[in-house]
Every structure is written in C-alpha cells, then in structure tokens.
Ligand binder design. Structure first.
Ligand SMILES: [Zn+2]
Length: 386
C-alpha cells in the first residue's frame, strides 16, 4: 500500500496473482488463470474510511466515451481544461466547476485535496440520474419453515430471539419494513397492522394458485408495528409446538413472498428445514445415491435439478430482491437447486447439517445477526471496466 498509494486496498480488490506476464511469449507459457476478488462495500480496513465525494452541480466526472470515472491515473492537459481517460485515451473537457490549474509537471494544484485524484478507492454520491426510482425503504421479509423437523431441532427459538435482538440495528431506521410468512404444507400469512395488539394469522391452503389474503400489512413499517412484530417473535417458538406436519410447500411460499415484496424489493431470508415436497419447486431425494460418489457422475449432484429456483431467482433480481438461504435439514437437502436463489440474486447460503441448538445455535445466531446488521447495498448494479 505504501509503495503504491494510488492503488486501492486489496480488501476491496485483489488479483489472484501478484504478477502479470508482460509479454505474449510469457502468457503462452504461463498457464495460470487470472482472477480478481472484488469486494465492494467491504468493511474499511484499519478504520481507514473510504472518502465520499459529492460533485454537486458539476455532475460525476466520467469519460464521455467509455464512462470511466475520474481517477488518480487520469492526466490533465491544455492548462487544466482537458483530461485524458487512462482507459481509452479520449481527451475530455473538464467542467468549469471542476477546473483547476496545473503546475509545471502537469499535475493539478488541488490533487492532494481531492481524494478522487489521489486515492484508489472512493465513493461518489450518485445523483438521481443514476437511480431507477427514488430509494425504497430497506425491507426484510422472512419465510420460516415450521414443519416438525424445524420445530424439534429448536431452530425456531434461535431464529426468533436473534431477529428480535437485531431489530434496533436493522439498517434504514425509521423507514425499515419487516414481514414474516411461516409454512409447512400450507402458507401462514401474518397481519402486523399497527393497531393490532398481536398479529393475526391467516392460512392459505391453495398451493397451485397462491394469493395474498390481505392487500396490506404483511410487510409493515417496523417503528409503527414494533409491538406486533415483537409479540410475533415472542410467540413463534411455541406457536407451532405441537405441529406434526412433515411437508414443505417452499415453492408456493417463495411465490407468495415475491407477491408481498415485488413493490419495493429488499432482502428475503429463507429458513428451510424439510425438503420441498408440495406444489411448484418440489425436489426429490437424489443426493442419497452413494453409488455416484467418486465417479464421473458425482458432479451431477452439484448441478441444480429443478429450473424453478433459477427462474424464481431471475424474477427476484428483476424486482431488486436478494435471497439468503438458511438450510437446516437433518436429511438430504438439495442445496444445489435451492442455492440458485442466492447465487443469482446476490444472496448467500448458510448450511447447518442436522441442526441442533446446543451444537449449532451460537453459529446460527452469529451468522444471522451479521447478515441482518451488516452494511447492505440496495438496488445496486456492479460493473467492472478494464
Ligand atoms: Zn474513456
């Protein structure tokens, strides 16, 4: 870092090799694939905060042709009235508001005061042209499996307590929205209207043609409905105490969540314990075929079998929804298929094989808290220019 102050910190962007071949003949003998680990919005290393730049009326300074952002490797010319893009070499005009004179070596006098000209990592405040719509309230929707295996493993209690302990730290206060859907062989919607003293549960049994039993109040403002949400989380561990249902209608539950969330997007957290067995998205036990292990057929077990989850993921991303999967099965669970949901939506998969609270409770608590309270980007697009 000290040797190359203009480079970004490897915490944000790191190549897989320290050196790159400089000639064609070296490339042909190199045989190593070159990759980069890109980690935008990573926590700042050593408290070294990323500077935030607001160009105001000048607009974000970018190359007219290739859209590269102004950066420390851009050079200035024509007494400071032009800047040359370091990627495509186009000579761009410097907006009047951004003009500064050059010293004898061609360096702008203000270089050291401007982080975008002297640091490898900066944040630009994006004006409205960069947004598809005004920023939506950050929203969190939870789909929770309450079939017998989920109840018996004790995970409901850990999940409910952890979510409750994170309510004050969810990003987006006071606009944060929250909602819950529980399911086994049917879908249970919960009404969190702020005028209620405790939530009302509505059961939908039609899995082929999922509909929302209420137009509003399934996803609510956390501040307004805080007491209803807390009452729900307090009662969740016991609500399904005597449940003996062994089925899972995860696919229809995902459809329902999509209908609830599609207006504003947000984060969808799925807690899944029983292999989806009813309605769309049913999965079968295919991973228990031990004969495939160690053979050239083994890789097929890692490939998604059901296209439903990939299609659903495409729908979710289109509507700015990211899906995290928490999987707890004590039997085979088709993570290869379920994982598509997280893979294509910028989410994450957490797997706790044969979850039992004494063994995995702390791990779940830690990972779920972090997932809920970490720095989170909403409605974003990632591009790499090189
Ligand atoms: Zn350019």
């Amino acid at each position: 870092m000290e040797a190359y102050p203009l480079n970004c910190h490897p915490r944000y962007f790191r190549l897989t090799t320290h050196a790159i071949p400089a000639s064609q003949s070296l490339v042909s003998r190199w045989h190593l694939p070159l990759g980069a680990v890109v980690h935008p919005l990573a926590e700042s290393p050593d408290g070294d905060e990323v500077p935030v730049i607001n160009f105001g009326s000048a607009g974000v300074i970018r190359c007219r042709r290739c859209r590269t952002y102004i950066n420390p490797y851009a050079t200035f010319a024509d007494a400071g009235r032009k800047w040359r893009c370091n990627l495509c070499a186009l000579l761009n005009d410097v907006p009047g508001e951004y003009f500064c004179g050059l010293d004898a070596s061609g360096r702008r006098y203000d270089t050291d005061q401007r982080p975008e000209l002297s640091k490898g990592t900066v944040e630009f405040v994006a004006p409205t042209e960069y947004m598809v719509r005004p920023p939506m309230p950050p929203s969190y929707f939870f789909i929770i499996d309450v079939s017998v295996s989920a109840v018996q493993s004790g995970l409901l209690e850990v999940v409910a307590k952890t979510i409750k302990s994170c309510l004050d730290e969810l990003p987006g206060f006071p606009r944060t929205q929250i909602g819950f859907l529980t399911f086994d062989s049917t879908l249970h919607f919960h009404n969190f209207k702020s005028s209620l003293s405790q939530p009302q549960m509505m059961v939908v049994t039609d899995l082929d043609d999922v509909f929302l039993p209420l137009p509003d109040d399934l996803l609510v403002n956390l501040v307004d409905s805080r007491h209803v949400v807390e009452s729900f989380l307090d009662s969740l561990p016991n609500m399904f105490h005597d449940n003996v249902n062994v089925e899972s209608a995860l696919g229809p539950a995902l459809k329902a969540a999509f209908m609830v969330m599609s207006q504003i997007g947000g984060k969808l957290l799925v807690f899944q314990s029983t292999l989806p067995s009813l309605g769309i998205g049913r999965l079968r036990l295919r991973g228990d075929d031990v004969r495939a292990y160690g053979t050239d057929k083994e890789h097929t077990l890692r490939v998604p079998e059901d296209s439903f989850y990939k299609q659903m993921a495409a729908e979710f991303t289109k509507y700015q929804i990211a899906v995290d999967i928490f999987s707890f099965s004590d039997k085979y669970s088709d993570i290869a298929s379920l994982g598509s949901l997280a893979k294509y939506t910028g989410g994450q998969v957490y797997h706790y094989a044969s979850f039992q609270t004494p063994t995995h409770g702390d791990k779940l608590k830690l990972e779920l808290s972090r997932d809920l309270t970490r720095e989170t980007a909403w409605e974003s697009v990632m591009r790499i220019r090189c």
